[in-house]
Design a protein around this ligand. Sequence first.
Ligand code: AMP
Length: 191
Amino acid sequence: MTHIILFGPPGAGKGTQAERIRDNYNFLHISTGDVFRYNIKNETALGKRAKSFIDRGELVPDDVTIKMLAGEMRQADDKNGIIFDGFPRTKAQAKALDDLLNEQNEKIDALISLDVDDNILIERLKERGKTSGRKDDADENVIRNRIQVYYTETEVVKEHYNEQNKLQKVDGVGDIEAITKRLNKVIDQLI
Ligand code: AMP
């Protein structure tokens, strides 16, 4: 199985591109943000635990997130691989993911970083907020906090996989189809 982390700040286009990768390559797509939103909508215990963090643009605690991720990974049986979208977001999450895969004699093949300028991120998220119905897209202060959290807590994950020579950078600016082509080129070398 191929295991790819699609990485980048909020608004980089991870969700949009991960869905395309899922369909093109028959991968399981795990978006931890989507799983949290599903749980919030259905008012589960997990949703109730996560909601206040998400609404403020902060990270849900690692123990909660890692446990959820481990459960989601069990659905990968008939797939060619997994595309991780929005996970890992901390160094502890990256280590937990490496351990989980290691137990199954698997590994991360690449972290693909979608590079997008901060100004473009903010504009994209404000635009998305008009239709997404997401509380964390609706307030510019929360948007800025999410980008700040990316730099203070999440960017280290890139370095973690760079040290393993697994970092691949892709320009995340341009039209959706052009970015998909850039990503496919990288992924075709991995499978
Ligand atoms: P996303 O849909 O990836 O933008 O995630 C939305 C929100 O869900 C984030 O701002 C966090 O509050 C929470 N979240 C998603 N993934 C994670 C994660 N891996 N670790 C902690 N919190 C997360």
